[in-house]
Design a protein around this ligand. Structure first.
Ligand code: TXA
Ligand code: MG
Length: 315
């Protein structure tokens, strides 16, 4: 499953991405588990493979500022950061463009998007050859260390290992630094490959997330979650009058997360279908029961958080 970075391995990687599969790739920070960011099912496969009990939003990997403009609003502060640190181990959270050709699962339904322009020559070559941005978290099973070699990726996934492109050891070996530019002043969400000192030289107003406790958006414990405007009612067997019904399996509904009861397909459809039903045509959204195994755990986690956020808002 480990392949040297030859032209034929690159061709195969692009073929797999086009076909909606995931491929593990080297970057200068850590190996990434990459999929075509425009394909719902491909992105859902990342979560299925990682075995994550919840949907974290993913980083979009791009190869140019022109490409970035298709996906995100560019605030004035980005120019100096990009000048100093891109391509490189810096991830920036920006407002997502509403019409961007991007799976909702990449951002876990949020209106913000984390993006990175990697410096590793093999990553750049792959991004250019594929032409479309890749969504990629670190290429490890949930709750294990980020892999910095192809062998570590293979070991983490064992018999489930995807197609892996071997780029040798990652030169940085630490995840990228994440800065949020959607907060009132720029916030450091995750320390990483670029030191806070180097960042503050370019961005003197940078705050650590601890400095603004009300805005904690730490990776993995995002306080802000996607929530529909309408109240959500979970584990519903049928809709009440005025409610939209989001079905699953044989419980059909106005829309159905997966008529065949496939949890990866349900994850792929989740955020998009919630948005589709979240219109003033209805008074609420009833959601059919989703089993708790496999990606069902992450789906239920997200639904419960969305229902809770939304209850708080309506108080
Ligand atoms: O170096 C890296 O960043 C590696 C390589 C593969 O690029 N990727 C990586 O991805 O570390 P991941 O998924 O393991 O970590 C990305 C972090 C997550 O903890 C997530 O919460 C945060 O980025 N994140 C993604 N989108 C976000 C958003 N819109 N707002 C706030 N945080 C976000
Ligand atoms: Mg990770």
């Amino acid at each position: 499953m480990i392949h040297p970075p030859t032209p034929s391995a690159f061709q195969e990687a692009c073929r797999l991405w086009q076909a909606g599969e995931v491929v593990a790739i080297p970057t200068e920070t850590v190996y990434g588990l990459a999929a075509d960011a425009s394909q719902d099912l491909a992105v859902a496969k990342i979560f299925a493979l990682k075995g994550r009990p919840h949907f974290n939003p993913l980083i979009l990997h791009i190869h140019s500022l022109e490409q970035l403009e298709i996906y995100a609003e560019i605030p004035p502060l980005l120019a100096s950061l990009a000048n100093a640190f891109w391509p490189g181990p810096l991830t920036v959270v920006l407002p997502r463009k509403a019409n961007a050709p991007l799976s909702e699962l990449v951002t876990a339904g949020l209106d913000t998007l984390a993006v990175r322009w990697p410096a590793h020559p093999l990553t750049q070559q792959l991004l250019q050859q594929y032409g479309k941005p890749l969504a990629a978290p670190s290429a490890n099973k949930s709750n294990s260390l980020s892999p910095t070699s192809a062998q570590a990726v293979a070991a983490s996934f064992a018999s489930q290992a995807p197609f892996i492109i071997d780029g040798g050891d990652c030169p940085i070996g630490l995840e990228s630094t994440i800065i949020d530019l959607t907060t009132s002043s720029p916030t450091l969400l995750r320390p990483g490959g670029i030191t806070a000192e180097a960042l503050k030289e370019v961005l003197p107003t940078l705050q650590n997330k601890e400095e603004i406790p009300s805005l904690i958006k730490a990776p993995g414990m995002l306080k802000k979650h996607y929530a529909p405007q309408l109240p959500l009612r979970l584990n519903a067997l049928h809709p009440f009058p005025g409610e939209a019904f989001l079905g699953f399996g044989s419980l059909r509904g106005n829309l159905n997360l997966s008529p065949s009861g496939d949890l990866t397909e349900a994850a792929a459809n989740l955020f998009r279908m919630l948005r589709q039903l979240d219109t003033p045509m209805y008074q609420g959204i009833a959601v059919a029961p989703i089993p708790l195994h496999h990606l069902g755990a992450a789906i239920n986690d997200r639904l419960q958080r969305a229902a809770a956020v939304n209850e708080e808002d309506n108080k």
